[in-house]
Design a protein. Structure first.
Lengths: 333, 333
C-alpha cells in the first residue's frame, strides 16, 4: 500500500520503519530539516546492497522509504496518510492536506477534538498506546507496536471499509487493534492515563516542605509519583485536551478518598476501612488480563464495538475479523 | 552487646543475622516453632568449623546465634530487646516482658500508639524502612539494612544515652538513622506510605466496570496502582493504626485534586492547569536527594531532631554524632 507518514518523531518514525519493513511503499515528512535528513540517510543505508553481516543493515523495506520535502509532495499518490504530529500542530497540517481525497488517520491521545477538527476528511481516528519515555526519530523502533494496544475509532460516520483497511495495515505490525468510539476512548484514557498523572502530582506535593517525609519515602511513593516528573506543560496539555472526560471522572476519585477518610474516623477504623479496599485489590491483582480467548467475529460495527467495550482487540483481518476477548469475559463468548 | 530479637520474620530474622555478623551476642525467639527450628538450624551451620569454600558458610557471628524457647528465656541477660512482631501482637509480647529492665525498641510502622503501649518500659521507638515484598525468616537477609532509613524516636522522655546506644548498634549495619519524634514520624509515613496506598486503591477503582480502560492501561496506571495489590487488611491496618495523621493529611490531597478539576473548567484549561503542576514536577525530579553533605554535630536532642527534620540522617556515633544533611539543605550547613 502507498502510505504517507507526516511527523517523524518516535511514533511516526517507528511507523515509517515498521511499514517499510512490511513491504509497503512509505513516504515520510517532518517539519524539521534535520529529522528529514536523518530519515533520508537511514533510508539510503536500508537501500544499500546486502552486506556481509546482515545485522548492520537497518530493518526496512527491500528498498527503504522516501522522504519528501513538503506535505503535498508526501501525500501525493498516497492511499493512506498517517498524521503523527502533536495535537497543537494538527490544524496547520490539516490545512496543507486540502484536496487530498484518500484515507487519513492520526495517533494523538485524544480523539473527540481531533474528530471535530478533521471532520471534512475521510478520517478514522487512531491512538497507539506506545511508550513515550524517549522521543524523536533517533529513538524510532520498527518493533514499537508489537503487542501495543492501538485504538481505531468507529463512529456512525466511519466507513467500515476504511476502518478495516487500517486494521489490516497495523495488525501485521503486532498491534492489538481496539475498536472504540472517540467518546469511549477519551473517557478510558482519562481513567488510565490523564488522571493518574494528576494523582501523581497531588501525591508528590505531600513532600513539599516536609524533607523528613522525602527522606523516608521509598517504593510506594516512588511508583505512585513516577509520572509526576513529566513536564507540567505536557500533563496540562493531555488533561486540558481531554478536560470534559477528566472532569467527569475525577469526582469519583475524590469521593473514594473522602469515603476512606470518613471510615478512618469511625471507632474501629481498620474494620471500617477494610471492605472499601477489597475490590481495588482484586482488580489490581487481576490486571492486566493474563490471556485473551481467540474469537472470530463478523465485520460489523456493533460486533467490533462490543469487542472493544469488553476489553478485547482485533489481531487480524480475514473474511471476518479475528480478535481476542479478555479471559474474564469468557462466559460471554 | 547482648541483644534479644523477638519475632524472626523478614525484619527480625535479618536483624538477628546482621547483628551476629557484626559480633554481637544475639538470641532470637519466634512464636512459630518451625521458624525457631529454621533459625536454630542456620545457627548451627554458621557455627560449623570453616569449610574449604567460605561461600557455603552463612554470614553470622563467629559462633552464630542462640534461639530461645520463650520470651523470658530470650531476654534474660539482654541489654537490648528488639520487638520485631506485627503491631497486633505487641500487647501480648509486652506482657511477657514484665520484670525486664533493659532497653526496648521495636520496628513497627507507626510510632505514636506503640509509644503509649510501651510507656512503662525503657523504650526508644524504631522503624527501619526496609522492603516488605517478601516475608518470613527464609527471606531474611543480613544486608537488608544497608542504606536503609531507620527512624529512632527522640521524645522528651527519651534518655539520650539510650538513643545513642541504639544508633551505635544499627549504624554499623549500614542503616541511616533518622532522629524524629513519634508524631513527626507518623505524619511522614502517612504522607509517603499510607496515603499512597489509598490513592492507588482509588485509582484502581477507575477500571471497575470499564474493561476498555483496563485493556488500554499501561505504564502510568501500572505504577500508580502497584501497591493497591497489597491485601486490603494490611492497608487498612497501616492506615487505621495511623488514622489521626492520615486524616490530617488526606484533605490536602483532595483539595489539590479539586483545584485541578476547577482549573480544567476554565476557558483555557491548559494554561490554567499548568502552573498548578510545576512544583510537583520540580519536587519529583529532585527526589530522592542525590547526595548528602557530611556533617558532624553535637549529641544533643535538638541538634539531632533538627537534622532529621531537614531530611538528614546519622551515619555513625563518635564523640559527637556524624551525619548527612540532604544536599538541598547545604546552604544551612
Amino acid at each position: 500500500m502507498n502510505v504517507a507518514v507526516i511527523g517523524l518523531g518516535l511514533i511516526g518514525g517507528s511507523l515509517l520503519r515498521a511499514l517499510a519493513a512490511h513491504g509497503h511503499h512509505v513516504t515520510g515528512y517532518d517539519i524539521g530539516a534535520a529529522t528529514r535528513r536523518a530519515a533520508a540517510a537511514l533510508a539510503r543505508a536500508a537501500e544499500a546492497p546486502p552486506v556481509a553481516d546482515p545485522e548492520t543493515r537497518p530493518v526496512g523495506i527491500k528498498g527503504g522509504w522516501r522522504v519528501a520535502d513538503s506535505i503535498p509532495a508526501a501525500v501525493e499518490g498516497a492511499e493512506v496518510v498517517v498524521l503523527a504530529v502533536p495535537l497543537p500542530a494538527l490544524p496547520q497540517v490539516v490545512a496543507e492536506l486540502a484536496g487530498f481525497d484518500g484515507l487519513v488517520t492520526d495517533v494523538t491521545s485524544v480523539k473527540g477534538p481531533v474528530r471535530t477538527l478533521l471532520g471534512d476528511l475521510r478520517y478514522v481516528g487512531g491512538h497507539p498506546m506506545a511508550g513515550t519515555a524517549e522521543s524523536g526519530f533517533l529513538a524510532a523502533d520498527p518493533h514499537l507496536f508489537d503487542g501495543c494496544a492501538w485504538v481505531l475509532c468507529l463512529e456512525d460516520e466511519t466507513e467500515l471499509a476504511d476502518w478495516v483497511r487500517l486494521a489490516g495495515l497495523f495488525t501485521p505490525l503486532g498491534a492489538r487493534i481496539v475498536p472504540a468510539t472517540a467518546e469511549d476512548h477519551d473517557e478510558a484514557v482519562a481513567r488510565i492515563s490523564h488522571i493518574p498523572h494528576l494523582l501523581a502530582a497531588a501525591l508528590t506535593n505531600l513532600i513539599d516542605g516536609h524533607p523528613l517525609a522525602g527522606a523516608l519515602a521509598a517504593g510506594s511513593f516512588r511508583d505512585g509519583t513516577r509520572v509526576a516528573a513529566t513536564r507540567a506543560e505536557l500533563i496540562a496539555a493531555m488533561c486540558g485536551g481531554n478536560e470534559a472526560a477528566v472532569r467527569r471522572v475525577l469526582p469519583g476519585v475524590i469521593e473514594d478518598l473522602t469515603g476512606y477518610a470518613r471510615r478512618l474516623a469511625e471507632p474501629d477504623p481498620v474494620g471500617a476501612l477494610t471492605p472499601l479496599l477489597h475490590r481495588a485489590g482484586e482488580l489490581r491483582r487481576g490486571w492486566p488480563a493474563a490471556q485473551g480467548v481467540p474469537v472470530s467475529l463478523a465485520l460489523d460495527r456493533s460486533s467490533l464495538l462490543e469487542l472493544g467495550r469488553a476489553g478485547g482487540w482485533v489481531t487480524g483481518i480475514a473474511a471476518e475479523a479475528t480478535g481476542m476477548r479478555p479471559e474474564t469475559d469468557r462466559k460471554g463468548s
